[in-house]
Design a protein around this ligand. Structure first.
Ligand SMILES: NC(=O)c1ccc[n+]([C@@H]2O[C@H](COP(=O)([O-])OP(=O)(O)OC[C@H]3O[C@@H](n4cnc5c(N)ncnc54)[C@H](O)[C@@H]3O)[C@@H](O)[C@H]2O)c1
Length: 384
C-alpha cells in the first residue's frame, strides 16, 4: 500500500468534534470528509464554517455508505459502545473519543467486534499525544528518568452545566486522561485497584448512575515485577480545584511533576548520581521544563494545528481562532489514526490498550462502591 493512498473519513458529533474537522480536511491522506450530527443546527453551522459539502444527520447513512473507510466518533458518552460496534460491524475503521465505554461488558464487546472485523479501532486519547507526554516519553527512552519508582495522575474538572449525561457520572468512569499517561509511561497495565469515594454530592446527582461520590481516589498495583504502584485521583463536582489533567513520574534519576496552576511550566527534579558531600541525602536540583512542540512528527499540512491559530489562512471568512487544545494532541491523533489505516498496522492506542486503560477506571469505581476492596482488573490479550 503506497503512502499516497487516500481514504474517505466521516466524523460524527460536532461539538468537541468540530475541533477535528479542519485537521481531517487538510490531512494529505484524506480524500473526503463527511460530517454527521443529529442536530441540524450544529451540522449546518460547522458545515458552513468549514465549507464541508458532505453532511448527514444520521450515523446509519454513514454505515450504509460503502465509500466511507473510517469513522471518528465524538458523540456523547452513553453512545460510544453501541456506535463503535456498529461502525466496526459495518466494515469500517473506527476511532472514538474517550471513554471507550462505561462497562466492562461493553469493553469486551468492542474488542470482539474489532477482532471479528479486522478493522482498526483507535482510542482518541488526547493525554498520550500532548507535548509533555511526548517529551517525558523521550526522557524515559534516553535514560534521563532512570528506574520509575512511583507514578501519580490527577484530573480535576468541574462539570456543572455540562450536558445531562455528565450529571453524577462516577469520576473514575472518565479517568483515562489521568490513567493512560501513567500506565503508558510505566509500560505496564493496571493489575488490581483499591479506590475510595470521597466527599458529598447533592442528592439529585446520585440518581443517574447511582454514584454518591464527587471525588474518587485510587491506588493501582501495576503488572509485572519489580513492584510499582500508581495513584490516580478524579474530581467532577463540588470541589474547588482549577482544571488540570496531569501526570507525575517519580524516577530514580529524575522526576517530572505537573504544575499546580495550569499554564505554568512543569518541574523536573534531578538527583546527582553519587553522594557528593558528607551531609544527609543526595543533592536534588529543580528546573522548569518547556516541552517542545512536536510538529516535526506531523505532515506539514496539519502541523500548525498543534498551536492556537488560524485554521485556514487562505480564506479570510474561514479565519478564526480556535485552540489547538489538549497539549497540541489533536493533529497527532488524526495522523496516527489515518497513518495506521494507510500503513495497514494497528494504531496506538489500539482496542486492547484502550480497553485496559478504561477498565482501570471502571474497576476503581466498583472498588469505591464496595468501600475500597481490592478489585482485580480484567486483562485484555491479543488472541492472534
Ligand atoms: N480530551 C478529550 O479527549 C475530550 C474532550 C472533550 C470531550 N470529549 C468527549 O467527546 C464527546 C463529546 O463531547 P462534547 O462535549 O462535544 O459533547 P456534547 O454532548 O456537547 O456534543 C455531542 C454532539 O454529538 C451530537 N450527537 C448526539 N447524538 C448523536 C448521534 N446519535 N449521531 C450523531 N451526532 C450525535 C450532538 O448533537 C452534539 O453536537 C464525549 O464523549 C466526551 O467524553 C473528550
Amino acid at each position: 500500500m503506497t503512502a499516497s493512498r487516500k481514504i474517505n473519513v466521516a466524523l460524527a458529533g460536532l461539538s468537541f468534534g468540530a475541533e477535528f474537522v479542519p485537521i481531517f480536511l487538510h490531512h494529505p491522506n484524506v480524500e473526503s470528509l463527511t460530517i454527521c450530527d443529529s442536530d441540524p443546527e450544529a451540522l449546518a453551522k460547522i458545515g458552513d464554517r468549514f465549507e464541508v459539502e458532505k453532511r448527514v444527520l444520521d450515523l446509519d447513512d454513514i454505515l450504509a455508505d460503502d465509500k466511507i473507510d473510517a469513522v471518528h466518533l465524538v458523540t456523547p458518552i452513553p453512545l460510544h459502545a453501541e456506535q463503535t460496534v456498529a461502525v466496526l460491524n459495518a466494515g469500517k475503521h473506527c476511532a472514538c473519543t474517550v471513554p471507550m465505554a462505561i462497562s466492562i461488558d461493553d469493553l469486551h464487546a468492542i474488542v470482539a467486534a474489532q477482532r471479528a472485523s479486522g478493522k482498526n479501532y483507535m482510542g482518541m486519547e488526547t493525554a498520550v499525544y500532548t507535548r509533555r507526554f511526548l517529551h517525558v516519553q523521550e526522557m524515559i527512552k534516553n535514560g534521563e528518568i532512570g528506574r520509575i519508582q512511583f507514578l501519580r495522575g490527577a484530573h480535576y474538572q468541574d462539570m456543572e452545566f455540562w450536558p445531562p449525561y455528565w450529571m453524577g457520572l462516577p469520576p473514575m468512569y472518565y479517568a483515562t486522561h489521568a490513567v493512560s499517561p501513567v500506565l503508558a509511561l510505566a509500560g505496564r497495565q493496571a493489575k488490581a485497584v483499591h479506590c475510595f469515594g470521597s466527599g458529598v454530592m447533592r442528592p439529585e446527582l446520585h440518581e443517574q448512575y447511582g454514584n454518591p461520590f464527587p471525588v474518587e481516589s485510587a491506588i493501582y498495583e501495576l503488572s509485572e515485577d519489580p513492584p510499582l504502584a500508581a495513584e490516580v485521583t478524579r474530581s467532577l463536582f463540588h470541589t474547588a480545584r482549577g482544571y488540570t489533567e496531569s501526570f507525575n513520574i517519580y524516577g530514580e534519576k529524575a522526576t517530572f511533576e505537573w504544575e499546580q496552576i495550569e499554564d505554568e511550566p512543569p518541574v523536573v527534579f534531578r538527583m546527582k548520581p553519587v553522594v557528593t558531600h558528607w551531609g544527609r541525602g543526595n543533592d536534588i536540583t529543580a528546573e522548569r521544563l518547556d516541552a517542545p512542540d512536536r510538529q516535526d512528527l506531523l505532515p506539514s499540512a496539519i502541523a500548525r494545528f498543534t498551536q492556537r491559530g488560524v485554521y485556514d489562512e487562505s480564506q479570510a471568512h474561514l479565519s478564526f481562532l480556535q485552540g489547538g487544545g489538549h497539549g497540541g494532541s489533536h493533529p497527532h491523533l488524526v495522523h496516527e489514526f489515518v497513518s495506521s489505516i494507510i500503513e495497514e498496522r494497528p494504531p496506538w492506542p489500539d482496542a486492547l490498550t484502550t480497553a485496559a486503560w478504561t477498565a482501570a477506571g471502571i474497576c476503581a469505581h466498583e472498588s469505591a462502591m464496595q468501600g475500597g476492596v481490592r478489585i482485580e482488573i480484567p486483562q485484555f490479550h491479543d488472541e492472534s
